[in-house]
Design a protein. Structure first.
Length: 118
């Protein structure tokens, strides 16, 4: 994936996520990590995307939450690398939408709740 290589550093298991954001990648630094969780109806793979922006203090960055239910896993009861890649691809349009909203001063709903994809 392309994009300006702007990284403010990541903590707590997050890795740098380098994606094209229509120019916003020059102002926002994204990090990501995955976790398998128990859901209300079935387990799911969670994708967390931390969003830092230039001029941000040392406060914890806001984190977007996306998920994919276990019934969509490619094989078995545990998420594979293929499932992680699939979730990231499914989430890309939503990530771009949500970072654009944050740039405009809005607060996407998935800062508080998981947005299930797929």
């Amino acid at each position: 994936m392309s994009g300006q290589d702007f990284c403010m550093g990541h903590m707590s298991g997050f890795q740098h996520l380098k994606i094209e954001l229509g120019g916003l990648e020059k102002r926002f630094d994204l990090g990501y990590k995955y976790e398998e969780l128990e859901g209300d109806t079935e387990p799911y793979l969670a994708l967390y995307v931390s969003v830092k922006h230039q001029g941000m203090t040392d406060a914890l960055p806001p984190t977007l939450h996306y998920g994919m239910s276990r019934s969509q896993y490619s094989q078995g009861l545990t998420a594979s690398e293929q499932d992680r890649s699939k979730l990231l691809l499914l989430a890309l349009p939503a990530i771009k939408r949500d970072v654009s909203a944050m740039a405009a001063g809005d607060s996407p709903g998935n800062l508080e709740h998981v947005e299930m994809l797929g």
